[in-house]
Design a protein around this ligand. Structure first.
Ligand code: PLP
Length: 397
């Protein structure tokens, strides 16, 4: 018999499993070219050529045992040094290798820092809509995810946020550019959030950490500024990865930045060493650690995503759908013309459209449309969205 906690996590992920199953069933029935699968967040832009070259170079120059052995729980020192230098160059910080932990993707980094910072019953606040796995990551440590609302442009409601903080609040989890909305939180907002955290932290006599989950940092459009949170908030810890910035999600490589001036820095950093091992991650994969260290200045071509965003946003709004224009990431969060997003999800399948019901992201009445897909698929799908719209309008008359 499986554990009760596992049953709860399976229940939590049922929506996502359903989307996968439905996409497979539709593909079997209609063929891949006739199914418009907008449900998955797998990058559609190729990794930069520099990644392939770096992997080949590592294979050709390193001795196998040096390449494939354990790396120490923090990751290779020279790789951490390279990451620290890169962050310093980009953000004017002063990091050394001792502010960096190489992790198994951003997800590994989040789970690691949650293990290190959270006691059972502690609370993590995040803004809705949110990346649904956060619920499971907090459940993993018997902590609680507390949701705080956003406005019509998916920007945090600050009064509500302040009211949600209590003596159990340990982490404020920020995801900007955001999955599933594509919203970016401006520096002014982040400063206000940080001020509230500092005030509440003093009131309750315990640190509250900001954890910035930022795998989409480099996928932003129209020159929007994505603020660097350790510059805005004293207690900010960064979880980043190369899953989207270099299109390497399956390689499971990312990093945590723990700045030296966060409260209890040394204790936290030391604990990461132990917990990376005891959680079973042991270390981030060794070959790809070395390869990404050589590609820190490389970037995927974001123009492809931008072209998709523009075509999808324009096409959907012209039909009549209400959608916020994403500023980053590769998701569009669209208001459903039916109140029940699951009902809309089912109706969309009549047209072989597979979408992500917003309820699963704490955003009922919306669907997430992942536009990390072929541009042509977007063009072929738009007439299907139109047929769906017309059918619903006709019903509502
Ligand atoms: N955080 C957010 C908001 C994500 O969307 C994802 C993946 O899609 C992750 C974290 C996990 O990223 P990684 O693949 O680097 O573990």
């Amino acid at each position: 018999m499986i554990a009760k906690k596992v049953m709860a996590e399976i229940e939590e992920g049922r929506g996502i499993s359903q989307m996968f199953l439905d996409a497979v069933a539709l593909t079997e029935k209609f063929g891949a070219e006739n199914v418009y699968n907008f449900s998955i967040g797998n990058p559609s832009v190729e990794p930069p050529e520099a990644v392939k070259q770096a992997i080949i170079e590592e294979l050709n120059t390193q001795k196998p045992m040096a390449l494939h052995s354990y790396t120490g729980s923090y990751g290779y020192a020279d790789v951490r040094n390279a990451v620290a230098d890169h962050e310093n160059k980009k953000f004017g910080t002063n990091y050394t290798a001792n502010n960096v932990v190489m992790t198994v993707g951003a997800a590994g980094g989040l789970n690691l820092i949650f293990q290190v910072l959270l006691n059972p019953g502690d609370q993590v606040i995040t803004f809705t809509p949110y990346f649904s796995e956060y619920k499971c990551y907090t459940m993993n440590v018997d902590a609680e995810l507390v949701l705080s609302g956003t406005d019509g442009n998916f920007q945090p409601l600050l009064d509500e946020f302040e009211s949600k903080i209590n003596e159990k609040t340990r982490i404020v989890l920020i995801n900007s550019p955001n999955n599933p909305t594509g919203a970016v939180y401006p520096e002014e907002t982040m400063k206000k959030i940080s001020d509230i955290m500092e005030k509440k932290s003093a009131e309750y006599g315990a640190p509250i950490y900001m954890v910035s989950d930022e795998p989409y940092r480099y996928i932003a459009y129209d020159d929007v500024d994505v603020p660097y949170l350790p510059k805005v908030c004293k207690n900010a810890i960064v979880a980043n990865s190369f899953s989207k910035s270099l299109s390497l999600p399956g390689e499971r490589i990312g990093f945590l930045i723990i700045p030296s001036d966060v409260d209890d820095y040394q204790e936290i950093y030391n604990a990461c060493n132990t917990m990376n091992r005891t959680m079973g991650f042991v270390n981030a994969p060794s070959l790809i650690q070395r390869a990404v260290a050589k590609c820190l200045d490389a970037e995927v071509d974001v123009k492809g995503y931008e072209k998709n965003r523009d075509a999808l946003h324009k096409g959907l709004t012209e039909i009549g759908y209400e959608c916020f224009k994403p500023q980053g990431a590769f998701y569009l969060f669209m208001k459903t013309p039916l109140e029940d997003d699951w009902e809309f999800y089912r109706r969309a399948q009549k047209y072989q459209l597979v979408l992500g019901p917003g309820s699963g992201f704490g955003g009922p009445g919306y669907v997430r449309i992942s536009y990390c897909v072929d541009y042509d698929m977007i063009l072929r799908a738009l007439p299907k969205f139109k047929e769906l719209w017309d059918e619903i309008q006709a019903d509502q008359k």
